[in-house]
Ligand binder design. Structure first.
Ligand SMILES: Cc1cc2nc3c(=O)[nH]c(=O)nc-3n(C[C@H](O)[C@H](O)[C@H](O)COP(=O)(O)OP(=O)(O)OC[C@H]3O[C@@H](n4cnc5c(N)ncnc54)[C@H](O)[C@@H]3O)c2cc1C
Length: 327
């Protein structure tokens, strides 16, 4: 224990520098298949190589697999840590249809910070009863700023369908509805499907001339059934709460997302996963991945506390491995 504490303290002392606005575009390896450092562009686009005894990638579920794929070389022709061919695959986004309602009296939901009050009655659904696998939470969280509310907020816009979008009536609707509107969003399962993935786009390039990220995604049919189920429960809640008017987002295939999970899976078998329980890449001893990419299921929404908990655990484990000279 004393040794671990000492290593942690030493580790803290050795964190010396954050280099903002840098873009790591490649992880370099030597002939022994060990990582030797990362190649990056600084904010002036000057290229550098940062040597390292070990590299921990925490770029999340899109950019972590992209970086591994960009790091392909003769020894790792399919990308770094990708002997399984699964880097970038099993992408999960979490489903999330929502509905909104206007009430007779002001709710003033805009006041204070947006906090989640998640109802978990539908977290454990019985597949035999509902006819699909999955579950999730319902989250009443009106977090639209006035400008978002007026201009088609990030989800579905704040005003009921059919409200005029200009002139006197528009202004009156904004003034009346902003304080009286409630939104309930759902946070649901996305099932892991191998063909859902991030990969390198063969045609498109980013501003540095490197292959851009390509997302391929089709919701599992059960995810869409779950979305419709949760949306219907939201509408029932709004009914019994006596909403004056309510409307729901359509349950449709997802084309973008906030949660980026599962693209470098954790597991014991190098044939079906990228990293082990210590977050160490099966194929590259001194390479570690630590972010949403390691998740093997999407959970039922809101992944960040799990990602944070795993980061603490990874720090302990990597410190312990380093202490044993096992990196
Ligand atoms: C709009 C929105 C709402 C969300 N709401 C919730 C919520 O309510 N609850 C919840 O649990 N989660 C939520 N999330 C998800 C949450 O933000 C992520 O799960 C979390 O940020 C993941 O943390 P991370 O540190 O692994 O990755 P990130 O926070 O994405 O950090 C990765 C970092 O790596 C950097 N990076 C990437 N590539 C490179 C590169 N090549 N070189 C250098 N740096 C690089 C990025 O700039 C970034 O700073 C939301 C996400 C969005 C977008």
């Amino acid at each position: 224990m004393r040794l671990l504490r000492e290593l942690r303290l030493r580790g803290r002392r050795e964190i010396q520098e954050i280099r903002p606005n840098c873009y790591v575009h490649r992880i370099e390896t030597n002939a022994n298949g060990r990582v030797i450092g990362t190649a990056y562009f600084d904010e002036k686009r000057v290229a550098h190589l940062q040597k390292a005894k070990a590299v921990v990638v925490c770029a999340n579920g899109a950019e972590t697999p992209r970086l591994l794929l960009l790091s392909a070389n003769k020894q790792f022709p399919n990308g770094l840590a990708n002997s399984s061919g699964l880097v970038g695959k099993y992408l999960m986004l979490n489903s999330g249809p929502s509905a909104m309602a206007v009430f007779e009296h002001p709710l003033n939901d805009y006041k204070g910070v947006a906090v989640s009050r998640v109802l978990h009655d539908f977290y454990e659904l019985d597949p035999q009863k509902v006819g699909f696998y999955g579950g999730g939470g319902l989250d009443a969280r009106f977090d639209l700023t006035p400008i978002n509310f007026a201009l088609n907020g990030y989800d579905m816009g704040g005003l009921p369908p059919g409200t005029p979008r200009w002139g006197k009536e528009f202004k009156a609707a904004l003034a009346h509805n902003y304080t009286r509107t409630l939104e309930i969003v759902s946070h649901g399962t996305s099932l892991p499907v191998e063909s859902n993935s991030f990969s390198l786009d063969p045609d498109l390039q980013d501003a540095w001339g490197l292959p851009a990220l390509r997302m391929t995604y089709k919701d599992h049919p059960d995810d869409l059934k779950l979305g419709a189920f949760l949306r219907d429960r939201i509408m029932e809640l709004l009914d019994v709460a006596n909403a004056v008017q309510k409307w729901a987002s359509p349950v449709e295939e997802q084309t973008f997302a906030y949660h980026l999970l599962g693209t470098c899976r954790m597991g014991n078998d190098p044939k079906s996963s990228i990293i082990n329980a210590d977050h160490r890449a099966h194929d590259v001893k001194n390479l570690f991945l630590c972010d949403g990419s390691s998740l093997v299921t999407s959970g039922r929404g809101q992944p960040t506390e799990t990602i944070s908990a795993l980061a603490y655990r990874a720090a302990d484990r990597i410190t312990a491995l380093a202490g044993r000279g096992d990196i």
